[in-house]
Design a protein. Structure first.
Length: 450
């Protein structure tokens, strides 16, 4: 499939995210540059480093959503992490290399699902045969014939005919209520082998290692026929998928196409001036530096080079500023994009334009209960104005304020929907003011409720 051009990428992002044209253009160019790099001669290809991006802007303006949608467009391994969750080596907590281990796990899951989809029909057929074997056991030898042949319990023709009848009933769903006993394979790792608080990566790796020494064992489970087909289908798919090939492909995707969204980077943007709780801020930055600029990380699936992983960092930088990052790390994010704060006009568009617009979400959710909710244009304007006002008076959390406002406004309808169905309700400016005006007017109340 022909990769998307930068303008097409921006158009796709516009379907879900309002505004922020500069940020969209920056990530579109970064994604297209990856495709261009793949077309270079091998000797030059390795020299072209990704242009990492630093997004600067308040919370709730679309930073995370831009990165997430970009990864979906690229069909690339993607992970979002908060920089504030990591600590300097030597402190209790997660180390920064776990970012790449998690990204690799995500890539393996993606590739495995793709491979499983390719063998799904074959796995489903094998699972069907296993279920039929349980419903109608195959012929079994019971003794020797005088002339040396084996005798069997049942006659062939009638057994085959019964099996085909059962197969037809199984496919028609007539056996869905029947319960069968299934042997499910699982690793026999003793419980409580290791439990190390704050060392989850080590715990996972040790369990993985121990799993190689403990053989699989069969555990009997009583399942309904549909559940048995699902469990056995997954088991058969696992047998058909070549995990070594999956790991190789997953590692290649991480190295060439991986995207890491590093949120809250402003929380670690501090220099060492004194001791105390923030003592490891600069240490985390220094630990991040080799991962961002290119190093080799050991994962349970193999060694991963991070030279061409794209890092998109983001932060509000209310208290600190990008120049508070250590110079080496600043240099690894050459593209700086400042995102615009959102106001009433943007809120109106967010409520109505995107494919996943909030008003559409609530309309569809309540329609499942038989309640038809309609938002008038004037009501949408009122909701947007109120959200902007609360953001100005309290903490500015951007578009996330719309979720809170709408949830509070529609709380009564959501609660009573099953009792009032079927019904048609029109949301007007008067309705919005009736439900929210008192709360919005009280700064103390709005601080806690909205």
């Amino acid at each position: 499939m022909e990769p998307l051009k930068p303008r097409q990428i921006v158009e796709e992002l516009d379907r879900y995210i309002v505004g922020q044209a500069k940020a969209k253009r920056a990530v579109a160019v970064a994604l297209r540059t990856r495709w261009r790099r793949q077309r270079l001669d091998p000797d030059l290809r390795d020299e072209v480093m990704p242009k990492n991006i630093l997004m600067i802007g308040p919370t709730g303006v679309g930073k995370t959503e831009i990165a997430r949608r970009l990864a979906r467009l690229a069909d690339a391994p993607f992970i979002k992490v908060e920089a504030s969750k990591f600590t300097e080596v030597g402190y209790v907590g997660r180390d920064v290399e776990s970012i790449i281990r998690d990204l690799t796990d995500m890539s393996v899951k993606m590739v495995k699902e793709e491979q499983a989809a390719q063998v799904r029909e074959k796995a489903a057929a094998a699972a069907e045969e296993r279920v039929l074997d349980l419903l109608l056991p195959p012929l079994r030898p019971v003794g020797a014939h005088p002339e040396g042949h084996l005798e069997v319990i049942q006659g062939g023709p009638t057994h085959d005919g019964t099996r085909e009848k059962l197969r037809a009933q199984l496919r028609e769903g007539k056996l869905n209520d029947r319960t069968i006993e299934v042997d499910v394979r699982e690793k026999a790792i003793p419980l409580g082998v290791i439990s190390a608080g704050g060392m989850e990566d080590m715990e996972i790796n040790i369990k993985e290692m121990l799993g190689q020494f403990f053989p699989d064992r069969a555990k009997k489970r009583r399942l309904k026929v549909p559940d048995a087909l699902r469990v056995l289908g997954q088991e058969e798919a696992d047998k058909l998928v070549d995990m070594e090939a999956v790991s190789r492909e997953a590692l290649a995707r991480v190295e060439q196409n991986g995207i890491v969204f590093l949120d809250e980077i402003d929380k670690i943007a501090g220099r060492e001036r004194h001791g105390g709780p923030d003592v490891s801020r600069e240490g985390v930055q220094r630990d991040l530096l080799p991962v961002v600029e290119g190093t080799t990380v050991n994962t349970k699936h193999g060694m991963v080079r991070t030279d061409h992983v794209l890092f998109i960092a983001a932060g509000a930088f209310h208290v600190s500023k990008p120049s508070d990052l250590i110079p080496e790390l600043q240099g690894r994010f050459p593209i700086r994009v400042e995102l615009e704060p959102l106001g009433k006009a943007e809120f109106v568009r967010i409520l109505t334009e995107p494919r996943n617009a909030l008003t559409r979400q609530y309309r569809e959710l309540l329609a499942t209960e038989g309640v038809d909710v309609e938002f008038t244009p004037e009501a949408v304007e009122e909701i947007a104005a109120l959200a902007e006002r609360v953001n100005e008076r309290t903490e500015n959390i951007g578009a996330r304020r719309l979720h809170t406002v709408l949830e509070k406004m529609l709380e009564e309808i959501s609660f009573e929907a099953p009792e009032i169905s079927p019904a048609r309700i029109t949301i007007t400016p008067a309705y919005v003011r009736d439900k929210l005006a008192d709360i919005a007017a009280s700064e103390d109340l709005s601080r806690y409720i909205l």
